[in-house]
Design a protein around this ligand. Sequence first.
Ligand SMILES: Cc1cc2nc3c(=O)[nH]c(=O)nc-3n(C[C@H](O)[C@H](O)[C@H](O)COP(=O)(O)O)c2cc1C
Length: 158
Amino acid sequence: MKNILAISGSLRQGSSNHAILQYLGSQVPADVEYTIYNDLAQIPAFDPGLDTDNPPISVAVLRKLLTDADGLIICTPEYAFGVPGSLKNMLDWLVSSSTLVDKPVALITASLGGEYAHASLLLTLGALSANVIADATLLIQFIRSKMDSDRKVKDAGR
Ligand SMILES: Cc1cc2nc3c(=O)[nH]c(=O)nc-3n(C[C@H](O)[C@H](O)[C@H](O)COP(=O)(O)O)c2cc1C
């Protein structure tokens, strides 16, 4: 049984990135356990002084989920030409624990433009020594116009 963890960089109710992750979850084979992580907002602001083997509980839970996962999917918008703060904050908690070292990661940036966040995340994931799968990275632009009001894909183009 393979185990995939999926994380959305958007906390927004009705998020298109969350909808993409839900869609991907509907496509996985029966022998894959697929979990969308919904506690990004519970991760405290990164504090190097608390970044130990006994971090805040939400961070410990996240690290365990990631350690147990065979792969990670990140799907995120861009905010102000950068990575959403909550997502970058989460990644900062993973540096010293080496949680993502060699972990297969798929990166989807679904945004209006998104190229800055996408490039920045590739750099950060590189710094974390994650195994970013080239064929599983995707930049989807104008995402809001590619979904209908029920968050169903109405335009499959990039
Ligand atoms: C405060 C704010 C800043 C944004 N800045 C950018 C940006 O720099 N680049 C971009 O591509 N989209 C930007 N957007 C638009 C988001 O990409 C768009 O709202 C996207 O649909 C959000 O993803 P979600 O539907 O998963 O919440 C911004 C949105 C907000 C709310």
